[in-house]
Design a protein around this ligand. Structure first.
Ligand SMILES: N[C@@H](CCC(=O)N[C@@H](CS)C(=O)NCC(=O)O)C(=O)O
Length: 217
């Protein structure tokens, strides 16, 4: 059985929701920020980050895009991605990488006190530039939903929708303001939030309502 290393409202939320949506058995391991930052956790996740997904043989996967690709291809019957090898799957992978390597990182660089920050002045400069760039990425996604929606892969709900929804929770300067600027993304996020199978996980992460991030300590 899989083991999910999970922190409330952090990046493991996407994998938690994906596992719930797929109804795949797993053990959930709630962690604190201190436990994630402890040196021992690097044996599981080399950069000391969540998500990490423990496998039955004792190894663990890290990097959210890799975990998502693994889960959707290991469980094709759950239909959370287009068929492996199809052109649609290629497009799915492109948007997954875009979300993971461009949007996720740039959006989170815009957090004051980001884990990537060097010093306060540098942090403020980087945060401003990152927020601007993240907005241009959100605009791309807004346009895609307009052209191809209602989901990121058109008529087919997929793991991409859960993943993008997670990043909206961390919208800058706030989730509510992000939603006000991008109405299609807001409607899309509302539709993901309303998925019945995600309710328990979203409640556990404290993000059933807009503005749930950051969770109360
Ligand atoms: N590229 C990684 C990024 C994961 C990441 O940034 N995780 C953050 C939480 S959202 C984390 O674990 N940070 C550790 C810390 O704040 O010490 C992925 O996509 O999985």
């Amino acid at each position: 059985m899989y083991k999910l290393y999970n922190v409330k409202a952090w990046g493991s939320l996407s994998i938690h929701c994906l596992l719930e949506e797929m109804e795949v058995p797993y053990t959930n391991i709630w962690m604190t920020a201190e436990q994630v930052r402890a040196p021992e956790f690097r044996a599981i996740s080399p950069l000391g980050q969540v998500p990490a997904l423990g496998l039955a043989d004792g190894r663990a996967l890290f990097e959210s895009a890799a975990i998502i690709t693994f889960l959707v291809t290991a469980h094709p019957d759950k239909a959370m991605a287009p068929a492996v090898g199809s052109e649609d799957f290629g497009e799915f992978l492109s948007w997954l990488q875009f979300l993971a390597t461009n949007l996720y990182i740039t959006n989170n660089l815009a957090f004051p006190g980001s884990i990537y920050a060097a010093d306060a002045a540098h942090d403020a400069f980087v945060a401003g530039k990152a927020a601007e760039r993240a907005d241009s990425y959100w605009q791309l996604l807004e346009d895609r939903l307009g052209a191809e929606g209602p989901w990121l892969m058109g008529e087919d709900y997929s793991a991409l929708d859960i993943y993008m929804f997670m990043i909206t929770l961390w919208g800058r300067p706030s989730e509510a303001e992000l939603r006000a600027r991008f109405p299609r993304i807001a409607a899309h996020a509302g539709a993901v939030r309303a998925r019945p199978k995600l309710k328990a996980a979203l409640e556990a992460h404290g993000v059933m309502e807009v503005g749930g991030y950051p969770p109360a300590a």
